[in-house]
Each structure stands twice: as C-alpha cells, then as structure tokens.
Ligand binder design. Structure first.
Ligand SMILES: Nc1ncnc2c1ncn2[C@@H]1O[C@H](COP(=O)(O)OP(=O)(O)OP(=O)(O)O)[C@@H](O)[C@H]1O
Length: 279
C-alpha cells in the first residue's frame, strides 16, 4: 500500500460556462520515507494539488488516500509549508512556533514545549529574533519562521509548496539542507512543489513534472540516482546529475514549445454586435 496515493484526481473550479478544469487525471503514488518533487510552471495548479493532498480542498473526481484512508480534512500528520508564510502578526517568533507546537502536542508540559520551540527556532538560525514580531523581520526571516513552525509539529509527511522561492540563494541553500537533515534523521516522507529543477534534483528521489494547465496533469517521472548526502558543489561535475538535469529541462522546454504552438492558434470569434449601444 502506498503511503500517499492520488487516484484519477480532477479538480474543476466554477460551474457551467465559468467552469475551469485546472487538474485532470492526476495519478501519483508515494512510498513511506520517499522524497518526491513536482516541478511545474506558474499557474499550472501546484497549490491546488497541495491543497487537495492537505485536505483543504476536495477533488471534483478521484480520491486522495493517506495511509490507505481517504483524506477528508486537514491533519497534523501532514504538515504544509506554504509559499506565503502566514504568521500571526501580533505574536512573536517564539509564540508563533509555540502555538503550532501546543496544537500538535497538547499534552506536553510548558518546559517541553519551550524546548521544542527553542530547538526549531535555533535550527532556522533565528534565536536572536525569538521575541521579535513578524513586522520586524525580513521576508526571508518570516519564511524561516514558517519552516520552523511546520517542522516543529513533527508531521509524518512534509508537504512544501514552493517554500523557499522568495529567499536569497544562501538562505535558500541553508534551509534546503535543514529540511534534508530532518527528513534524513526522522525518515519522514516529503513532497516538494517547486519551479526550480536544480532544487528538485538536489533534494528529491524522484522528480515529476506537472504539465501546464488548464487540464494540467503529471508527466513522466525522472529518478534521481545520486547518492546522499549530496554535495551541491560536486553536483555540477556529476554525470548522473547532468544527464538527469538535461532530460528534465529538455522535457520542460518541449512543453514550452507545445504551449507556443497552442498560443499561435487563431480562433474565429462570432460576429456579434450589440442591439443597442449607449456611448
Ligand atoms: N478558488 C479558485 N477559484 C477559481 N479559480 C482558481 C481558484 N484557485 C485557483 N484557481 C485557478 O486555478 C489555476 C491554478 O492555480 P494554482 O494556484 O493552483 O496554481 P499554481 O501553479 O500554484 O500557481 P503559482 O505558481 O502562480 O503559485 C489558476 O488559473 C488559478 O487562477
């Protein structure tokens, strides 16, 4: 039994003439402990897919199974790191993380909760900012709080919706490593949604492209056969890395070409003029 399974998922927003089929025929199977990355174009339906897995949205057709059971609601078992960090502005860094920890571990003592908060805030190098409010932090620092908050809840599965997109290269690299450390140490299952092929290759066991929407669907998977821990600087000289990267980029560029062809199509519009027109 797969740990997470998406079976023939389709998602349509709106109804009748306003209906848009954003996702169609999505089939995905993730095993326990795997790290899978989905690479997609902007607006292709990545966040919709994350929300279906998380239980925030219901599919129009098909089903999402987590450990064999249908997903009907959100759950602490599946922690999401969103691209917009959504921190509570009136709470400090520590309080934002503590709130999530208390929710996930309601039976823990104050001391245990404080220890957990301190550990995860330290992990994202924000101990000096522990008592600061979000408005006193840079965008990158806020995103790090969001990462600490999600990981401190110790979810069984970590789902990441372009969590590092807004960060500078150095912070991004550090957080990629922190997420990988936690994934390796606790052997969690992880799903990363990204538009960065290199990030996907560095972090994941498999990369699956999400073809552009409407009617976005998953393309063929690319296995990343590179030993862990991976060394970012050495990757550039790694033959398997170069080969996989080229294959994925070639596939994505092929989709780009298809899109251009589609956009060059000309449509005959009906010749309609208003019955009465008031200028
Ligand atoms: N609640 C909604 N109602 C109607 N249409 C929606 C809704 N949410 C998303 N969409 C549409 O669905 C499509 C996919 O949106 P989604 O946010 O899932 O894409 P995305 O790949 O995450 O985008 P981005 O890369 O810009 O974050 C877009 O065309 C969007 O306008």
């Amino acid at each position: 039994m797969a740990y997470l399974e998406l079976k023939n998922i389709g998602k349509t927003y709106g109804e009748g003439t306003n209906a848009t089929e954003v996702l169609t025929d999505i089939n995905l199977s993730i095993e326990e402990g795997e790290f899978v990355a989905i690479v997609g174009f902007t607006g292709s339906g990545k966040t919709t897919l994350v929300n279906l897995i998380n239980g925030l949205l219901k599919p129009t057709c098909g089903e999402v199974l987590f450990k064999g059971k249908p997903v009907t609601d959100t759950s602490h078992e599946r922690g999401v790191i969103f691209q917009n960090y959504s921190l509570l502005p009136w709470l400090s860094v520590g309080q934002n993380v503590a709130m999530a920890v208390k929710e996930a571990f309601p039976k823990e003592s104050k001391a245990e909760i404080n220890k957990r908060v301190a550990d995860y805030v330290e992990m994202v190098n924000l101990t000096p900012a522990m008592n600061k409010r979000p408005k006193e932090l840079s965008g990158g620092m806020r995103q790090r709080v969001a990462v600490a908050r999600a990981l401190a809840m110790k979810p069984e599965m970590i789902i990441m919706d372009e969590p590092l997109g807004a960060l500078d290269a150095l912070t991004r690299g550090n957080l990629q490593d922190e997420i990988l450390n936690i994934w390796t140490k606790d052997r969690r299952t992880a799903l990363l949604i990204t538009n960065d092929v290199d990030e996907g290759i560095y972090m994941a066991d498999r990369i699956i492209p999400l073809r552009p929407g409407p009617k976005a669907t998953l393309g063929p998977e690319f296995k990343i056969d590179i030993d862990r821990p991976r060394d970012k600087t050495a990757l550039n000289d790694n033959a398997a890395y170069k080969e996989t990267r080229n294959a994925i980029i070639e596939y994505l560029m092929g989709i780009g070409e298809e899109r251009k062809t589609i956009s060059k199509t000309t449509y005959e519009l009906p010749d309609i003029s208003p019955k009465s027109f008031v200028a």
